[in-house]
Write a protein that binds this ligand. Structure first.
Ligand code: FAD
Length: 391
């Protein structure tokens, strides 16, 4: 079997991997689990735990998808992760996981799999795109170089000037993130999980070196294990136990139109605008000119400017009504990579915090549930453990 076949097999069998560490399982693995946070990670982990028969309670201080998730562009991809082979692999498995979830019973997931079309506005960025394409293709990922005629064929509604060189990644897609969280929570509840909103966790209960539950403003809740999936709120809770969880954030602004007629089956990454259409027809767009501009300026005016930029490529939306402009905060672990696993020093406290959490949710959800309930150790997560910050 060559390397490419091996990688394809890896993606296909992602959810069967892992090596068993008998210690936790032998001591009677946790059954009653509290998940803090109902973003995409908390919903994913809660759903996977409930599928496995755990007694799950999911808490959120505001409500479902109230944090980064509700303001996410939610592009499901691995092609932008070419700088790190382990991180690329994890994202690729995340994409496979969404396809697996799509086949499972319960509330439908609002997914669109049409691929992503890229072209860039200058020579340096075009070269960088070609280099990334070469790297991920070398790892067995589907992608092809495209020219102007190919791009017009792939996205016929889009105006493309000249004859740019670009890339097409046919297996990528997107999901509507708030609706996906709602669907995962509905699936989890159907399997017996409890969801409580609003419920702010103000402290973790620890005795004998092991987490025993959480304290909320309304009272205490006991648990055999606790999952910290509170996005940017995770740092403070971890810090209260002396567990370092270095997180920063960066703003990202998106414009959402009212539903439009069908225009785009695929995501479009044009020189200054990123554009997709949701399952219910809304156009969602961001602009490189307004990246990081979330903290300043009038959001309505920024929204109009982003829409005008997107309309240069998609003229049909020039007069579209803007439904909302969102300013989200990306959750960025100190070194940019996911932080996933049991924390050092406090037994049975599991953390899951990451950027690209929408892409990664299915694989992290599945593997977190396996590690928590079975005492398994998934070695493909070894590059991403919280212990790397302990020193
Ligand atoms: C503009 C933007 C674009 C993005 N684009 C993409 C993309 O294209 N693809 C991709 O894969 N990812 C993307 N991301 C990243 C992705 O959205 C995040 O990584 C992901 O949503 C994180 O999910 P989460 O569940 O960990 O955190 P969050 O969604 O932030 O959820 C954490 C939840 O915890 C709750 N909480 C916090 N503290 C407490 C507490 N003490 N008690 C109870 N509840 C608490 C919050 O209310 C919140 O609901 C983007 C993010 C942004 C902002």
């Amino acid at each position: 079997m060559d390397r490419r076949q091996a990688l394809r097999l890896l993606a296909a069998s992602a959810f069967a991997l892992g090596s068993t560490r008998p210690a936790l399982a032998a001591s009677g693995g946790p059954r009653k689990v509290v998940v803090i946070g109902a973003g995409i990670l908390g919903a994913a982990i809660g759903y996977e735990l409930a599928k496995r028969g755990a007694e799950v309670t999911i808490l959120d201080r505001t409500g479902p998808a109230a944090g980064a998730t509700g303001n996410s562009f939610a592009y499901l991809n691995a092609s932008t992760k070419a700088s790190s082979r382990p991180y690329f692999g994890l994202n690729w498995l995340g994409m496979a996981g969404w396809r697996a979830w799509q086949q499972e019973p319960g509330a439908a997931l609002p997914l669109r799999w049409g691929g992503a079309v890229y072209w860039r506005g200058d020579a340096a960025a075009t070269q960088q795109l070609a280099a990334s394409l070469g790297t991920v293709r070398g790892w067995g990922y589907s992608g092809q170089a495209v020219d102007g005629a190919d791009i017009r064929r792939l996205v016929p509604s889009v105006t493309v000037s000249g004859d740019p060189s670009g890339a097409f990644f046919p297996e990528e897609g997107s999901v509507d993130p708030a609706e996906a969280v709602a669907a995962l929570l509905a699936r989890a509840r159907q399997l017996g999980a409890r969801t409580v909103f609003p419920a702010e966790v103000i402290g973790l209960i620890v005795a004998g070196g092991q987490v025993r539950g959480v304290r909320t403003r309304e009272g205490g809740l006991t648990a055999d294990a606790v999952v910290l999936a509170a996005g940017l709120g995770s740092g403070t809770l971890a810090q209260s136990l002396g567990v370092p969880l270095p997180l920063t954030s960066s703003p990202g602004i998106l414009v959402h139109t009212r539903p439009q007629p069908p225009l785009l089956d695929r995501l479009v990454f044009a020189p200054h605008s990123t554009i997709r259409q949701t399952v219910d027809g809304r156009i969602v767009s961001s602009s490189s000119g307004h990246e990081g501009g979330g903290g300043t300026g009038d959001p309505a005016a920024i929204g109009q400017a982003i829409l005008a930029g997107a309309a240069d490529y998609l003229p049909q939306i020039r007069d579209a009504a803007i439904e909302r402009v969102t300013i989200g905060q990306r959750v960025l672990p100190g070194d940019g990579f996911p932080i996933v696993g049991f924390v050092p020093k406090v037994d049975r406290l599991y953390v899951a915090v990451t950027h690209s959490g929408v892409t990664l949710a299915p694989v992290l959800g599945r593997w977190a549930a396996t590690e928590i309930l079975d005492g398994a150790r998934i070695d493909l997560l070894d590059s991403f453990r919280p212990a790397r910050f302990a020193a």
